[in-house]
Structure formats: C-alpha cells, structure tokens
Design a protein around this ligand. Structure first.
Ligand code: PMP
Length: 405
C-alpha cells in the first residue's frame, strides 16, 4: 500500500477534531494509540453480527466468534513470526503477560537464592512483577545499568550473569528514552550461559518488524492498545518447552481439561493460560488492527516515524535550555525532555490548551528518573499518522508556553 497521509488520517476519526478551538495534535502515542475506523467497525460488527461466548457453545454465533477470535491468534503469530499459534497467549496487556511469566516461570524454575536481571530503564510493569516473584521465591534482583545517553551497559552483562541467574527481563524499546535496545545480543549472551530472556515489546511491536524466532526470544510481551487495537488485550509469546513446563497463572473455565475434587488436569497450550471469558470482541478487533498495520507495512511505519523523530529532535534542540533524555542513534519515535526553569507539569498542562496532547511525569519508570536525578519529563511520542506540520504546531506552542515563564 502506498503511504498517503491524508487518506491515513481520514481513517482515524478522533484525530480530525478541534479542541479548545485548535486542531488536535496527538503526541501521546507511547501511552496509547488511536484506532482507525476499520478497528472500530470490527468491534461494532462483532457485537452486532456474531457475538457469543467462545470455544464452549455449539451454536452459530459462538462458532463464528470462536473462529474470528482464533483468526487473530494466527494474525498475531504471523506478525511476530512465532513458530506455532499455540505459543500466542492472549492476556489483557503487556503488564499481564509479564505478570504471567513472573508468576508461572517463578513457580517452575526459581529457587531460593536465584537471580533475575532487570534493566535500569524498565517500565514499572517489567520491574514490580519480578519483585513480587523475588519476594515469594526468596530470589534476588540484579540491575543492568545504563549510561547517561540511555544506552544499556551490556558489556557488563557477562559479569552480572552468575550461576544463580535464571532469567533477564528487558524492554525492546524504552518508553521514556526511545532507545532500541540490542535485544538480540542480550539474548545471545544470556543463552550461552543457559539464561532465559523475557522481552517487553510493548513499545516495539507497533513500530518495528519483530521476528521472535530470529531474536530467539524465550518470552515476548506486548499490548494491542499501543498498536491501534482495543485496550484490554495483550499477547504473550513463549517458547513451547517453557510454556509447557510452567503451571497455570489463573484457574477457571477454559484452562482445564478435567476437573474433580480429587484433582484437575490442565488444558493444552495456549488455553492453559487463558482462564475465564476473555475480551472476545477486543481480540477480534485486534485482528483488524494487525491487518491495518501490515497493510501499511512496518518498514513504512518505521521510516515515517523516524523522519518525524529527526525533524522534531532538531527543532527541539534549537530551543534554549532544552535537555533531551535519550540520545541514542537507534531510537524509536519518543522524545523526553525538560526545559530549564519550567516544570514539566506546567509545560504539559499549557501545551494541552494549545491543542497539543503530550505526557508528563515519571512515565512509570522511577529508577530511570532516579538515574537522571529528575522527577519527570515532558514526553512526545509519534505514530505514522503524525506529520511535520503537527511538529511545527507543537514547537510554536512550546515556544509560547516557555515565554510565559
Ligand atoms: N512496558 C512498556 C515499555 C510500556 O511502555 C508499557 C505501557 N506504558 C507497558 C509495558 C505496560 O503496558 P500495558 O499498560 O498496556 O499493560
């Protein structure tokens, strides 16, 4: 598909509106993206044409819903090039995917005194689940540090991995710095020492072509709402031999094979990890989001977003007192910054009045904030539907806001 920005923007009804009498500029895509009409239509179609509870009933509606739900599993499998559909587990988001692994992997493989390596730039959702697991299993968390440019010090990894290291948890792309981490190299280093790796791909799958087999990732987690799909849907990919050895994360309907009070046997993959009625319509509409992304093509998405990133970075750097956090060459479309003398919260609130939607605060990455000795930043994050003209509106508004202080 050729990339025609005006057609693309027509697909996103929410973008074509004025707020406070100004055109909306949506630069908070790392928090959540907006949905194209195709995804909205898929949701509506599910509810108006073939909604029923999946897998269990023997009637037309349930059957159609089951087929559509399972079709998304195949689309997700192809999107990240997973070996089989059974290795795609639907969750309610990247957070739940990581919690699932921290719990079930912990139960299967962690002993007292074992270690988990977690990077300094992680989102809280890739720190706290491991802390909970570490408390339960009396394990220890070891931090993989980064430098002031937002680069992970992977040369320290060989020394950080010990006989007790079982798993490394690292983000593919930082939601604060935009750094694209060298996850393939990290996985290679880990595997030579018999250590597993979970990749938090929440900020990567919407922007980069992911191939879990090429990466040789043991686990890969992501969320649909950051990739133009519904919220309340996520994916966990895992290596089959690991998922098979891991106990269920939650008990309930669907995840069992047989239940009696004498004992219960569990269903096969992926259903062992999908207890209860899932977000049926959300998963089905997620299929439409995957189609949408793939129709544009992730190479095009990356190219368009990188152009906007470069342009916005250059324009921001012209502003006096500007400090950008995360200056790696290999970067996704995220810019976190502060302006000397103005609080990030004031900047964000005032930018909103100019129609510019940005994020302010710690971005759920307190250890990263501590590294830089700051409380928070302003963050702008781009999607393929953003334009240089929007960057111009943002820069113009930012200059006006700064003058007010
Ligand atoms: N990891 C990263 C890097 C993120 O940016 C986010 C969302 N901000 C998450 C994990 C958690 O995703 P969710 O809230 O969709 O579960």
């Amino acid at each position: 598909m050729s990339f025609d920005i005006s057609n693309i923007r027509k697909d996103f009804p929410i973008l074509n509106q004025k707020i406070y009498n100004r055109p909306l500029v949506y630069f908070d895509n790392a928090a959540t993206t907006q949905r194209p009409q195709q995804v909205i239509d898929a949701l509506t179609r599910t509810y108006s044409e073939y909604y029923g509870n999946i897998h269990r009933a023997a009637h037309y509606l349930a059957d159609k819903a089951t087929m559509a739900y399972e079709e998304t599993r195949e689309k997700a499998q192809k999107l990240i090039n997973a070996e089989t559909r059974e290795q795609i587990v639907f969750t309610k988001g990247a957070t739940e995917s990581i919690n699932l692994v921290a719990y079930s992997y912990g139960e299967a493989f962690m002993q007292e005194g074992d270690e988990i390596i977690v990077s300094e730039m992680e989102h809280h959702s890739n720190i706290v689940p491991w802390q909970l697991m570490a408390q339960r299993k009396k394990a220890r968390i070891v931090m993989l540090p980064m430098d002031d440019d937002g680069r992970l010090l992977i040369e320290q990894l060989d020394a950080l991995i010990t006989k007790r290291t079982r798993i490394i948890a690292v983000g593919h792309v930082s939601n604060v710095l935009g750094t694209i981490n060298p996850v393939k190299e990290i996985i290679e280093k880990a595997h030579t020492r018999g250590v597993h790796v979970l990749i938090d791909g929440a900020q990567a799958v919407p922007h980069l072509q992911i191939d879990v087999q090429e990466l040789d990732a043991d686990f890969y987690a992501f969320s649909a709402h950051k990739m133009y799909g519904p919220n309340g849907v996520g994916v966990l990919y895992g290596k089959r031999e690991l998922l098979e050895q891991m106990p269920p994360y939650q008990g309930g309907g669907e995840m069992i094979s047989e239940v009696s009070f004498a004992g219960t046997s569990y269903n096969e993959l992926p259903y062992k990890f999908e207890a209860g009625t899932p977000n049926i319509s959300g998963v089905i509409a997620f299929g439409a989001a995957i189609d949408y992304l793939q129709n544009i093509g992730l190479e095009t998405v990356s190219r368009v977003e990188t152009e906007i990133l470069k342009y916005a970075t250059a324009e921001l750097n012209k502003i006096q007192g500007m400090k950008i956090y995360g200056t790696q060459i290999k970067k996704s479309g995220v810019i976190s910054f502060n302006v000397e003398g103005v609080h990030f919260f004031d900047l964000g609130t005032m930018l909103d009045k100019f129609g510019i939607a940005v994020r302010t605060g710690h971005h759920c990455a307190d250890p990263l904030m501590d590294h830089f000795g700051i409380q928070g930043t302003v963050r702008v994050s781009f999607a393929f539907y953003n334009t240089k003209e929007e960057v111009d509106l943002f820069i113009e508004a930012l200059k006006k806001v700064i003058q007010m202080f």
